[in-house]
Design a protein around this ligand. Structure first.
Ligand SMILES: [Zn+2]
Length: 120
């Protein structure tokens, strides 16, 4: 998610990941249910998008994250990943949205983010 997050492992090993997980539940609004390798907690608001909206003209790391997912899914080439949301990215988003029964508006909001990054 975008914002405050922490991955934790016991430093000296005197508490277990399970104990750490239970403590994290009382502090973070979201804690990953799988704590087999580390405990992940973050300040996610369940009602808001995980990532900021990106659209034509956006230039930031979230655009690159979006492009990385579009590349992974076969909608962009590797050289298209540049963090700049232009015509090529917009057309790729629209095609992705059509293929996933999303409103094909070329704007990456919470629905499209969820489809691009299903496990986040
Ligand atoms: Zn994490």
């Amino acid at each position: 998610m975008a914002g405050k997050a922490l991955d934790m492992v016991p430093y000296y090993g005197n508490i277990t990941l399970e104990q750490m997980y239970k403590i994290a539940l009382s502090y973070w609004t979201f804690v990953e249910p799988d704590y087999s390798s580390h405990v992940h907690g973050d300040a996610r608001d369940p009602g808001s998008p995980y990532y900021p909206i990106v659209q034509y003209g956006s230039q930031n790391v979230y655009v690159a994250t979006c492009q990385d997912a579009l590349y992974y899914n076969g909608y962009l080439t590797l050289t298209d990943i540049d963090g700049i949301f232009g015509d090529i990215t917009k057309n790729a988003v629209i095609k992705f949205q059509k293929d996933h029964n999303l409103t094909p508006d070329g704007i990456v909001g919470s629905q499209t983010w969820s489809a691009l990054l299903p496990d986040t």
